[in-house]
Design a protein around this ligand. Structure first.
Ligand SMILES: [Zn+2]
Length: 497
């Protein structure tokens, strides 16, 4: 039984526009079946905590789903949980090489791969729930629960002549799929000649990806469908198959699970732009070669979240997690607000100052929502302003424009409180900022000891008197007591170290 919680009425006639990576253009969205949308999103590899870059992907997919719900579509959603087969080399372009992230993570943490997956899946769900991602209507299948379906798909591909075997597994022969590399407009010669760096540069990736040459592969872009367990060793997670003991390649899980849960052709597939050149082109090659039907009608990709000009990466050591945001005294929804300020097409640079400003703005919106609710009993759901905000959102999820209009409207004294509240609620159906039930929240959630507070007050006084030497001295005293001081544009933030 599908876990539908909301059963919308008949579809509206107003069109929804989405940018489709397949055409590179904004298109009118028309689902395969009237009124019902199938939506698949590439999910996390659960070997460690997911950072805020991954959170941008989860919030983006949530916005797409909420937009469709607002426009009266049924939305059937899947986010896969990768708990096997994603190798350390896969994201660096060192395709099909390296250690399985789950096996490596399990070894480092002294857990079984199963327990590691349990732990980080639970954490991921808790984190995205804190960001108001509506998770009740989503299915979260795990790759290890769909091994039979993955083997089945590789068998079909083998039967149709799309595969070959080499010493470490079964590979997809990309020369058998003439459309290979079409998504994202990647010229075929790049993929054929094996310089993934050129491909990645084209979509402004900062990484230096390069497909390492595997001499046995027929074409550099060929990829593993089934990897054999290394000779003489046993993996924690391995299965028998027609090709011997081993485990599925990373790409086949998305093809197999989307087919099993949503059908051979799905309406929308979302993911980060870093997945366009390899992972998503591989998904298309596998699914369409097996089914001989179109795999995805609308591909949608969100741009990167960066730290300054750098990508967020564990190896650089600049990762930020939802738990860090809460620990520093911000509401997790401040991160969602921060994401909404940029179009999903734009890369976005995270800073604590920007987050503090988002936190401040969101608190102001909550205050306004509370005031409007106490001023008026009813809500005017329909008004020119709420129509306009719905129209802006239908135009390829233009969240920065929607936020701007929202601010303009809630400050407009010419409009009645009922209308202003109506606009707030209409916007929030998609934005998901808890404007209908604003939480009460102050910026610093931890209580600060009295002696630290006295030092903070003294420092503030010194700063106002422009006695910066004294202010610096007081900062050191505060830090010696285990707290850091951050001067954000919206005031001072005190955080326990
Ligand atoms: Zn995927």
């Amino acid at each position: 039984m599908w876990p539908f919680k909301r059963m919308p009425k008949a579809p509206r006639s107003a069109p929804v526009f989405l940018t489709n990576t397949l055409s590179g253009k904004k298109e009118v969205f028309v689902p395969l079946k009237p009124g019902v949308v199938t939506l698949y999103s590439c999910g996390p590899t659960v070997y460690s905590t997911q950072h805020i870059g991954n959170m941008r992907g989860a919030v983006f997919a949530d916005l797409v789903a909420r937009l469709l719900l607002q426009n009266k579509y049924h939305v059937r959603r899947v986010i896969n949980i990768t708990d096997v087969g994603h190798l350390t080399g896969d994201n660096e372009g060192d395709a099909d090489q390296g250690e399985d992230r789950m096996e490596k993570g399990a070894r480092l943490e002294g857990l079984s791969a199963h327990d590691l997956a349990e732990r980080y899946t639970k954490e991921y769900l808790e984190d995205i729930r804190k960001l108001n991602v509506t998770i009740d209507d989503i299915l979260f299948p795990r790759a290890t629960q769909y091994i039979a379906e993955q083997i089945e798909m590789v068998k079909v591909l083998e039967k149709k002549g799309h595969t070959y075997r080499i010493h470490d597994g079964v590979y997809f022969d990309t020369s058998t799929f003439p459309k290979y590399g079409e998504l994202g407009g990647i010229p075929l010669e790049y993929l054929k000649n094996g310089s993934a760096a050129d491909v990645h540069d084209r979509i402004a990736l900062s990484g230096h990806a390069r497909i390492k040459e595997n001499k046995e592969k027929r074409n550099p872009a060929d990829f593993a469908l089934w990897k054999s367990s290394p000779l003489g060793s046993r993996r924690q997670q391995e299965w028998s198959s027609p090709w011997g003991r081993g485990f599925p390649g990373w790409h086949i899980e998305c093809s197999a699970m989307s087919k099993a849960l949503l059908g051979e052709t799905i309406d929308i597939h979302t993911g980060g732009i870093e997945h366009i050149p390899v992972h998503h082109n591989n998904e298309i090659a596998q699914s369409e070669s097996a089914s001989e039907k179109q795999f995805v009608r609308y591909w949608m990709h969100q741009a990167h979240l960066t730290m300054g000009s750098e990508k967020i990466s564990k190896s650089i050591g600049n990762t930020v997690y939802v738990s860090d945001i809460i620990e520093r005294g911000y509401h997790p929804l401040a991160l969602r607000y921060f994401f909404l300020q940029a179009s999903y097409h734009s890369s976005l640079s995270f800073s604590w100052e920007a987050l503090a400003a988002s936190n401040e703005a969101l608190n102001r919106l909550w205050r306004i929502a509370r005031e409007l609710k106490s001023e008026t009993k009813g809500v005017s759901a329909e008004s020119d302003a709420s129509d306009e905000i719905r129209r802006i959102l239908r135009d390829d999820l233009a969240t920065p424009k929607a936020l701007a209009l929202l601010w303009e409207t809630v400050r407009d004294d010419e409009l009645s409180p009922k209308v202003r509240l109506g606009v707030l609620l209409a916007a929030d159906e998609v934005l998901g900022l808890s404007l209908s039930e604003p939480p009460s929240f102050s910026r610093v959630s931890q209580s600060i000891p009295a002696d630290v507070q006295t030092l903070v007050d003294e420092r503030e006084a010194a700063r106002s008197a422009r006695d910066f030497a004294r202010a610096d001295e007081l900062r050191i005293h505060i830090e010696n007591r285990g707290y850091t001081v951050e001067d954000s544009p919206t005031g001072v933030v005190i955080v326990k170290k």
